[in-house]
Design a protein around this ligand. Sequence first.
Ligand code: UD1
Ligand code: CA
Length: 454
Amino acid sequence: MNNIFAVVLAAGQGTRMKSKLYKVLHPVCGKPMVEHVVDNIRTIDVKRIVTIVGHGAEMVKEYLGDKSEYVLQAEQLGTGHAVQQAEALLGSLEGTTLVVCGDTPLIRPETLQSLYEFHQQHNAKATILTAVADNPFGYGRIIRNALGQVEQIVEQKDASEEQKFVKEINTGTYCFDNKALFEALKQVKNDNAQGEFYLPDVIEILKQQGEIVTAYATDDFDEILGVNDRVALSQAEEIMRSRINEKHMRNGVTIINPLNTHISIEAVIGRDTIIKPGVVIEGNTIIGEDCIIGPNTQITDSRIGDRTTVTNSVVSTSTVGEDTAIGPFAHLRPESSLGNHVKIGNFVEVKKSTLGNDTKVSHLSYIGDAEVGNDVNIGCGSITVNYDGKNKHKTIIEDNVFVGCNSNLVAPVKIGAGSFIAAGSTITKEVPEDALAIARARQENKLDYAKKLK
Ligand code: UD1
Ligand code: CA
């Protein structure tokens, strides 16, 4: 059994991004590029993954956590120098090492697997993943000899006019015999246009030693896009987005307009759910079957039960039951939890509250820091007054309560089961079970007085 190791290059600055955020942390479909790369590698049977970090090292480590080991490349002297930093960890081991750049988030696990198998079959010391690009500008070119064998890789900035016509490019992904890699790296020099130690130079070194060097060409150029600037970032986003949307459609989800539907890579969506235009589904969101989501809806890190509809609304870090209707124009803020058959109507905001089954908040309300039972009806314009300027307080509304329109429930307060709050009340004291609470000025009618005012 051959050991497979992986080295992920993620120390470069990413100057061309013109960003405060470190390049490999720029998200594609909501996930940092380098995390896509590491997650893809993790799906194949690798023994160890070593990520080379430099700029933004602490942040990269924080994102990837224990998915990888780390080595610091304190000064970024080139991709060859970067890989060399892993020598202390990997140098002495027998096996095969995959090297992948942290800025190529679209390479599929299947391709890495095929690259590895191709490398094994050819008994090669090095195998380059290559592709043919319509516009090869910026990439290293694969230079082959008269027999079609790979001789070397020449960087854009070092290429002769003739070499610049070559359309076969280096994707920045390779498979190496581990020991041969670290031996060859010792011979890499920085006498090139950029004054850097290039990893691709290892190819020429091995070739000159008479070792077998091969290239595995993928026919899917989309896959190997290297993200160096924001234009490429948007292209990567587009490609990843359509891959994700296609996966859901093939699984039985209707997406009315995939071009403007953005679904995170982790999201799970049940069959026969319909996603209308303008929907953004982020993070670890799970949506049930037969739901209707959208149009123009954003759902983040939330769980939505079967047959629920969410229309023109925003749902964040919340749980929603089955057969529930949200929106249009509702906002569920974090830590909200709704039961089944709930209705949250237009211009309703719910924050850090639980609502039981069959409860309805249909129009223009704010429910914050509240525990609301089953079968509660909250009338139009009613709010929980949860904040006194310093602290947040809790409102408890038990089962079967009817809150009349435009009521203020001044927290902390408890509204007992089965009670009824008269419209326009400002409730400051506990309401006992089954009571009618009226807390508003009494109306007085002065007969014929209006005529005097005119
Ligand atoms: C590199 C390849 C090029 C290939 C292209 C594919 C080299 C010299 N060139 O060019 O042949 O066609 O990728 O996308 O390898 N990095 C470090 N430490 C460093 C320098 C870079 O960790 O000192 C990391 C970067 O963070 C990045 C990756 O290595 O993730 C590639 O570096 P980048 O500068 O983007 O190389 P390219 O110019 O794109
Ligand atoms: Ca790059």
